[in-house]
Design a binder for this molecule. Structure first.
Ligand code: 4HQ
Length: 246
């Protein structure tokens, strides 16, 4: 997958994309990320990229011409590229959207600063507006990193064989079960015995029950949307009756 990032702050991306899983995916050539400074596309002598809003009001608006040139340049290689603008006004990002985007071969991601971009950028050059959540960031850069991270790990070969994208929370619409590693006893708090039993069926059942418990307590909205089996309903009934922590 090719990803073009258009930003006024290219340096923000260097370290996050060089580390760990994403860094390896880039090294392996599974993802190709190109970071471009929108300022390079200003033809202005002083490389101006923003201006005051028509109608007055506070702050600055990102100008349409440098952005349009940057997008056209990024797109010139293939017209199939999908252009995204990150904004709180966009559609909320979720795992389903991550999966959807992971099937594209070329993303162009526009990061806004200040009061955002001239409306004509959105009308003429943006295919989709996405929000990573109902809060206000200082710019679209961190939002772009969040989105690209979630999309990248779904690409074939990015996660090692010991990490599965399919097992995660949200892929099966439930929160994940609790995890433990050594020591068995930490200050008197022990790991649930079933996890040491070697009984894989019992372990799977315990994990499913704990995932259901956690989801019903913390995210009942997710539980309502989840496709539950009859066994799941039984486990939930057990949780409700058992009074074991819920
Ligand atoms: N911003 N999800 C304002 C966000 C944001 C979000 C990006 C701040 C765009 C102009 N982006 N700029 N939330 O808060 O994506």
């Amino acid at each position: 997958m090719k990803v073009d990032i258009l930003t006024l702050f290219p340096n923000m991306f260097f370290s996050p994309f060089q580390e760990s899983i994403l860094g390896k995916a880039i090294q392996k050539g599974l993802i190709e990320i190109r970071i471009t400074n929108i300022r390079d596309f200003s033809l202005d002598k002083h490389q101006v990229v923003d201006d005051t809003p028509y109608g007055g009001g506070q702050g600055m608006v990102m100008k349409v011409e440098p952005i349009s040139r940057a997008i056209e340049w990024a797109r010139s290689e293939d017209s199939s590229a999908w252009t995204i603008y990150l904004t709180p006004q966009g559609r909320p990002f979720d795992q389903e959207k991550a999966r959807d985007l992971s099937s594209r071969s070329h993303l162009i991601v526009l990061c806004g600063r200040y009061e955002g971009v001239d409306e004509r950028v959105r009308e003429m050059f943006i295919d989709e507006e996405i929000s990573i959540g109902d809060y206000v960031l200082t710019g679209g850069e961190l939002a772009a990193m969040v989105m690209i991270d979630a999309v990248s790990r779904l690409l074939p070969g990015v996660l090692g064989s010991d990490q599965s994208a399919e097992d995660d929370s949200f892929t099966n619409a439930l929160l994940e079960y609790p995890q433990y590693t050594r020591p068995f006893d930490f200050m008197g708090r022990c790991v649930p015995e079933v996890l040491l039993s070697g009984n894989h069926a019992a372990i799977s059942l315990w994990r499913r029950k704990e995932a259901l418990r956690r989801t019903s307590v913390r995210r009942p909205d997710l539980l309502a949307k989840a496709k539950l089996t009859r066994k799941d309903e039984e486990l939930l009934e057990g949780i409700r009756q058992g009074g074991d922590g819920i």
